[in-house]
Design a protein around this ligand. Structure first.
Ligand code: CA
Length: 406
């Protein structure tokens, strides 16, 4: 599996709340460089399966989109604290939506489980984190984004392969061009597959002969399960579980540094309540998203399959945790060990409450939709200043508590 960390549209919509939206002005792109780049691509081997008719229809009149380029250099999954990332992606709303989706699609999910060996709640967890259960799939025209990224910025060779794959998908008549939209980096549909992943992995879940990850939920869910299976999913094994470290733990850690459960038990690790570690994983790595002071997890092979979806451990943990909550293996959105911060992140409902409080204080920030844009960040800075907090525009629990108390 090609690992490329895609900023999820569901996440991108939330990023503004953290003040990490792209603020860089898009560059001015050189028109002659664009034309000569496209001409070069047309004659390259990667595009040899694209017919002249397809090229004429989809590329000949294409204009580049410079607004994708500032996004290329942002990898919020890596720069954001784990507690902000998890707070946005796993909150009570998403758990409730996931439980409803799990119920609604249960017969489909059970058929998928029989065929691919992946449990329903895990498939639903991926769906929820990837596209908020199909609600947020990205609105950028894929051919335009991928064409631009093929000719400007870093990682052009990677995006050229995806550009060619996107054109092949259109050439094969899978989607109407105007429906073929997705995230800035080219991930699309309810599974947020990259075009090359679609060509290799997508399957027809509802039996109509088409692989429609945009409008068919059964196709999207089956394709997700197929992706996990192809990544080495072990049927019946959990992704892992939260553990408690012994006081002063200074031993080994890391997702890839796998040891037997017996070895971890010998190091003094237990379940959060002190019970012995269950022997449900063949072996596991110790994941410490925020060091030894924060929540700790033993993670096995199936965690790696979630990781392979988006090359981010925090992302994989969000799916894993959401899956446990949807499937009833866990009932608490908070982990047993709290995050090592005195200012945790906000859920989407808390973002809306924060916005309502700011509106009540006369800040002109539009509607309280839980997505905090530039105006709200400015309002947050003003209020942070009044409370002698760092004026960084970040929406966190401290400011929310301060505003509630006034
Ligand atoms: Ca289908």
């Amino acid at each position: 599996m090609k690992l490329f960390n895609r900023t999820l549209p569901a996440l991108a919509a939330c990023l503004m709340a953290l003040g990490v939206q792209a603020q860089d002005a898009p560059p001015t792109l050189d028109a002659s460089q664009w034309r000569s780049c496209l001409a070069g691509l047309r004659n390259s081997a990667a595009f040899s399966s694209i017919s002249n008719a397809t090229w004429q229809q989809h590329v000949a009149q294409l204009e580049p989109d410079p607004t994708v380029l500032p996004l290329l250099n942002r990898q919020p999954e890596f720069t954001m604290p784990a507690w902000d990332y998890l707070a946005m992606l796993v909150d009570k709303e998403r758990v409730a939506d996931g439980q409803a989706a799990h119920q609604k699609w249960l017969s489909t999910l059970k058929q998928i489980q029989q065929r691919y060996g992946v449990e329903p709640a895990v498939v639903v967890g991926v769906w929820g984190v990837e596209s908020n259960f199909g609600k947020i799939t990205g609105g950028r025209l894929l051919v335009q984004s991928l064409g631009t990224l093929s000719c400007f910025g870093r990682r052009q060779s990677y995006f050229r392969g995806e550009f060619a794959s996107a054109l092949r998908i259109l050439q094969e008549g899978n989607f109407a061009p105007e429906k073929f939209t997705g995230s800035w980096a080219g991930a699309f549909g309810q599974t947020q597959f990259m075009p090359s992943t679609f060509l290799r992995i997508a399957v027809d879940g509802d039996g109509d002969g088409k692989r429609d990850l945009i409008d068919s939920v059964p196709d999207a869910l089956a394709s997700t399960a197929n992706f996990l299976r192809r990544s080495g999913y072990v049927t019946g094994e959990p992704w892992g579980y939260e553990v408690k470290l012994p006081a002063g733990y200074a031993g080994t850690s890391g997702r890839k540094n796998r040891r037997s459960i017996e070895a971890w038990a010998a190091q003094g690790l237990t379940l959060p309540g002190g019970q012995p570690l269950p022997r449900t994983l063949r072996n596991a790595g110790l994941l410490l998203p925020s060091g030894t002071k924060g929540p700790a997890f033993l993670v096995g092979k199936n965690f790696d399959t979630l990781y392979s979806y988006n090359a981010s451990e925090n992302y994989a943990l969000a799916i894993a945790h959401l899956s446990d909550l949807v499937g009833g293996k866990n009932s608490s959105v908070a982990f047993a060990t709290p995050w090592p911060t005195d200012d945790p992140g906000l859920s989407r409902a808390e973002n809306r409450e924060l916005q309502t409080l700011l509106l009540a204080r006369g800040h002109d920030i539009g509607v309280a939709d839980g997505l905090i844009g530039a105006k709200t960040r400015e309002a947050i800075k003003v209020e942070q200043g009044k409370f002698n907090m760092p004026t960084n525009g970040r929406a966190g629990q401290k400011l929310l508590r301060a505003l509630r108390g006034r």
